[in-house]
Design a protein around this ligand. Structure first.
Ligand code: NAI
Length: 251
């Protein structure tokens, strides 16, 4: 496609899915997509029910209770989107978790849950949607990595590995998806003030902030606007990239 009908609504007529959208960065991505004219499906775990409905209602999105690690997550998402909206144009793999522990205490449970949510699920869902032909030509896949996947954090072996894995996955999936006219890109946010980072010790957060030459982390909207670019026709020729959103990183 060339330019959108209106640059005020660059996602007009597009169906966009955002996972982990009940709160935090995901909720802001959904809000920016709605502003840009997309029909938005916000997905999150069943336990996020009320927050998810509130996010959906606020922006006129449709809520879907979906644990991205469910073996049939791609199928459920595909069926839901096809039945209601005829397919999917944009999918943002934003759902993510941390289960931090230093190396000696990094048990299998913590390792597996983080790898499953942050890395295996995006892969399984992208591949499932493409296999079913639900993600159309001109489609967009956007993964949320992290600065922790580029420069490690103490206690985040699992999280750093999952987010570095996302970057490798985007690189590898890009030429394959290109054959179907679909782009895939990632963002790597730095310290963004959300419920997830509220759990990180203040000293660690402050150290992260100081590693940015702008001496700040970003806001959720900074991540969302970068993702909106990857979702829009402005990025038709852009695939296989990772953009850091963390002020200007010195790493
Ligand atoms: P958050 O914890 O505020 O929100 C994450 C959302 O994902 C929650 O609503 C949660 O219920 C949902 N979620 C968790 N497991 C899920 C599952 N199995 N299925 C569906 N939904 C699930 O976190 P935040 O900060 O908004 O993070 C969003 C993304 O950005 C994550 O991938 C995170 O790793 C990434 N990120 C965040 C940074 C930050 O500084 N906050 C920095 C770099 C990356």
């Amino acid at each position: 496609s060339v330019a959108p009908a209106s640059w005020d609504k660059p996602l007009d007529g597009k169906v966009a899915v955002v996972t982990g959208a009940a709160r935090g960065i995901g909720a802001t991505i959904a809000e920016v997509f709605a502003r840009d004219g997309a029909t938005v499906i916000v997905a999150d775990i069943p336990a996020a029910g009320e927050a998810l409905s509130a996010t959906a209602n606020k922006i006129g999105a449709t809520a879907l209770a979906l644990d991205v690690t469910a073996p049939d997550a791609a199928e459920r998402l595909a069926d839901f989107a096809v039945e209601r909206f005829g397919g999917i144009d944009i999918v943002v793999h934003n759902a993510g978790i941390t289960r931090d522990k230093l190396l000696a205490n990094m048990d299998e449970g913590r390792w597996n849950s983080v790898i499953n949510v942050n890395l295996a699920a995006p892969h399984r869902i992208t591949s499932g949607l493409v296999a079913k032909g639900v993600l159309k030509e001109g489609g967009r896949v956007i993964d949320v990595s992290s600065i922790a996947g580029i420069a490690g954090n103490r206690g985040q072996t699992n999280y750093g590995a999952s987010k570095a894995g996302v970057i490798g996955m985007v690189d590898a999936e890009s030429p394959v998806l290109a054959e179907k006219g679909i782009t895939i890109n990632a963002v790597a946010p730095g310290f963004i003030e959300t419920a997830m980072t509220a759990a990180i010790p203040l000293g660690t957060r402050e150290a992260g902030r100081l590693m940015s030459s702008l001496l700040q982390g970003g806001q959720t909207v900074d991540v969302a606007e970068t993702i909106a670019y990857f979702a829009s026709p402005a990025s038709n020729a852009v695939s296989g990239n990772v953009v850091r959103v963390c002020g200007q990183s010195l790493i």
